[in-house]
Design a binder for this molecule. Structure first.
Ligand SMILES: NC(=O)c1ccc[n+]([C@@H]2O[C@H](COP(=O)([O-])OP(=O)(O)OC[C@H]3O[C@@H](n4cnc5c(N)ncnc54)[C@H](OP(=O)(O)O)[C@@H]3O)[C@@H](O)[C@H]2O)c1
Length: 233
């Protein structure tokens, strides 16, 4: 299968890339920082030399770049079997006093990126009547909490996008899975003082996404909700 993963240079995205590479799939990867992205590409290619792994740096919060990345993938002329809309950014804040412009930035990176990339890739999936789209939401898409602010609003919106897409794609044979992870240790948590053992690993999220991608065409995992064993922080 061909797997497109955004935000793949580190964290969940990198773990998802590794999990699919181990299972013998080919990858198209994207994130903004070219050095970090190509470093990840080289490390994966070294471990899985038989896999085709390609990468394009792009800032997916820009509509033109999200579309350009999608067109670059389509340019290879291979079917996109799985799209993981994972790129995202966490910034805490509160509606009443977070910095001006934070909502716009959070919406651009957490929602519009997935919306525009999906719209670029989905016509080819519809044509083939096959494909699986994962949208990386959050427990912050399900529950409001103090200091959630613009991040939580954007993740609620992403869940709305994902659930609408699920309904639309039923007759087209395309699966849509909304992923709602609680805290899992990635760079986002570095320096926070959180004990990595208290929360999940990026590999936990990757394992569930891979498992959900392996079912028969007539089964769709609609929601994946995951929390640390001890519950939310
Ligand atoms: N870790 C958690 O506890 C947790 C919990 C719930 C949900 N999530 C969600 O899971 C996703 C991944 O989180 P993570 O913890 O793995 O984050 P991370 O370690 O910070 O990685 C984020 C990835 O996204 C890329 N990225 C950020 N902005 C981008 C943009 N505008 N265009 C393209 N790529 C971009 C980053 O690379 P560049 O910076 O180079 O672009 C990086 O590859 C996010 O959507 C996050 O909201 C995380």
């Amino acid at each position: 299968m061909n797997i497109v993963i955004t935000g793949a240079s580190k964290g969940f995205g990198r773990a998802i890339a590794e999990t699919f590479a181990v299972q013998g799939h080919d990858l198209f990867l994207c994130s903004r920082n070219p050095a970090a992205l190509y470093k990840t590409l080289e490390a994966l290619q070294l471990h899985y030399p038989e896999r085709s792994i390609k990468a394009m740096p792009a800032d997916l919060s820009e509509k033109s770049q999200a579309e350009a990345f999608g067109k670059w993938v389509l340019g290879y002329g291979v079917p996109v079997d799985v799209l993981v809309n994972n790129a995202g950014l966490f910034e805490p804040g509160s509606v009443h006093n977070e910095p001006e412009g934070l909502l716009e930035r959070m919406m651009a990176v957490n929602l519009y990126s997935a919306y525009h990339l999906t719209r670029t890739l989905i016509p080819s999936m519809i044509e083939r009547k096959q494909g699986h789209i994962f949208n990386m939401c959050s427990i912050a898409s399900l529950h409001a909490y103090p200091n959630g602010g613009a991040y939580s609003i954007s993740k609620y919106a992403l869940a709305g996008f994902s659930r609408n897409l699920r309904e639309e794609m039923k007759p087209h044979g395309i699966k849509v899975t909304t992923v709602y992870p609680g805290a899992a240790y990635t760079n986002s948590w570095a320096g926070s003082g959180i004990d990595p053992e208290r929360i999940m690993t990026a590999q936990d999220i990757a394992a569930m996404i891979h498992a959900a991608s392996q079912l028969s065409p007539q089964a769709c995992v609609e929601d994946i909700i995951m929390r640390p064993q001890l519950g939310d922080l």
